[in-house]
Design a protein around this ligand. Structure first.
Ligand code: MN
Length: 347
């Protein structure tokens, strides 16, 4: 490696979509009583004639020439790939179970074609926690994958509900961290965000995914599964910035006995952020936010991500190369943390 490039750049929240999944989405969108958040998100990208939407649809479905050219152009050596939101979580249970396997096999093929450029995350049919747990095992033992992606809520349900905890048990057992990626907002949350155009990546995604991560923490998931690791993007969906108030008010709320639903947990919410979460800067190429997050969770827990193709901005890579940060910490941020978390060996 040349002295001008003392580390590899690994982008860790990069999206893809098999063409077959787009066809399933088209069928769902043509049906009755379509989820309004899904319609607002994938309904737009699939049908809009805008240059941005058509470009994103092309890039999402390519795991060869177009993507590799964009990676080379931006200086990205390696992508960690996740089935784009909402993945199979918008499908009915039976379709989700069967298509998660198809999507994971499709991704494993791409990784086999380009082993030094791609690593895959396992997609899960969250609707069926027992089948999801089996798919984690299959992903690890048969497909050589070492991490999982879940696109936030599933039909408005959250992983804080113990009925989903077979998934956490399997993830802890196999040592596969779970990337909690945003989804479009659930029906009962959408309106006040959508009526002012703020439901998407601009704000709503972060609010909903941050809420989801916090629900997992306050439900005691990490007391039950202490070795479980999760990853959240977009600078931790603002949770590091909230951590002082979360710690203070969690303790005050438990003491007040105001809610049956908020029970004592072993540690402060921010302790779980430091011990059970990795945070990527997907979509946030902003030095002050990256350094602040490093100061809260430590330099070993903050990783680089681009959020391709939704936020493909080649110039952001050079901007981050120029951060005022030690060479050692920059290498952790761009390369070695990702190698450890996602089990990347073929580089
Ligand atoms: Mn993303």
């Amino acid at each position: 490696m040349s002295p001008s490039k003392p580390y590899l750049r690994i982008a860790t929240e990069e999206a893809f979509a098999p063409p077959e999944m787009i066809r399933i989405y088209q069928k769902i969108l043509a049906g009755s009583d379509v989820d309004p958040g899904f319609k607002g998100l994938m309904g737009f990208y699939i049908s809009s004639p805008s240059e941005r939407a058509q470009h994103i649809m092309r890039c999402l479905q390519d795991l060869d020439q177009i993507r590799l050219a964009h990676m080379d152009e931006a200086g990205i050596d390696h992508q960690v790939l996740a089935l784009t939101a909402p993945g199979v979580q918008i499908m009915d249970k039976a379709t989700a179970v069967s298509f998660a396997r198809v999507a994971n096999d499709f991704l494993a093929d791409a990784v086999r074609r380009h082993p030094t450029r791609f690593t895959g995350m396992i997609s899960l049919p969250v609707q069926d926690p027992q089948e999801a747990a089996k798919e984690i095992e299959r992903g690890v033992t048969r497909l050589g994958m070492h991490s999982v992606v879940i696109n936030s809520h599933t039909h408005g349900e959250y992983l804080s509900d113990p009925k989903f905890w077979d998934i956490f048990a399997a993830a802890e057992q196999h040592g596969t961290p779970i990337y909690l990626h945003p989804n479009s907002l659930p029906r009962n949350m959408l309106e006040p965000f959508q009526e002012c155009g703020l439901d998407g990546a601009i704000y709503g995604f972060g609010v909903e995914t941050g809420l989801h991560a916090l629900r997992i923490i306050t439900a005691g998931v990490f007391d039950r599964f202490p070795k479980l690791q999760m990853i959240i993007g977009h600078m931790g969906e603002a949770l590091p910035f909230w951590s002082y108030r979360l710690d203070y008010m969690h303790q005050a709320t438990v003491r007040s006995k105001r809610y049956d639903s908020i029970k004592p947990i072993h540690k402060k919410p921010s302790d779980y952020l430091r011990e059970n979460f990795y945070i990527t800067n997907s979509g946030v190429a902003w030095e002050p936010a990256i350094k602040f997050t490093q100061s809260i969770v430590g330099v070993d827990r903050v990783l680089y991500a681009m959020d391709y193709p939704y936020q493909y901005a080649a110039e952001e890579v050079q901007l981050l190369d120029r951060m005022d940060m030690s060479a050692e910490d920059k290498k952790k941020f761009f390369q070695t943390n990702a190698q450890k978390v996602f089990g990347i060996s073929a580089l």
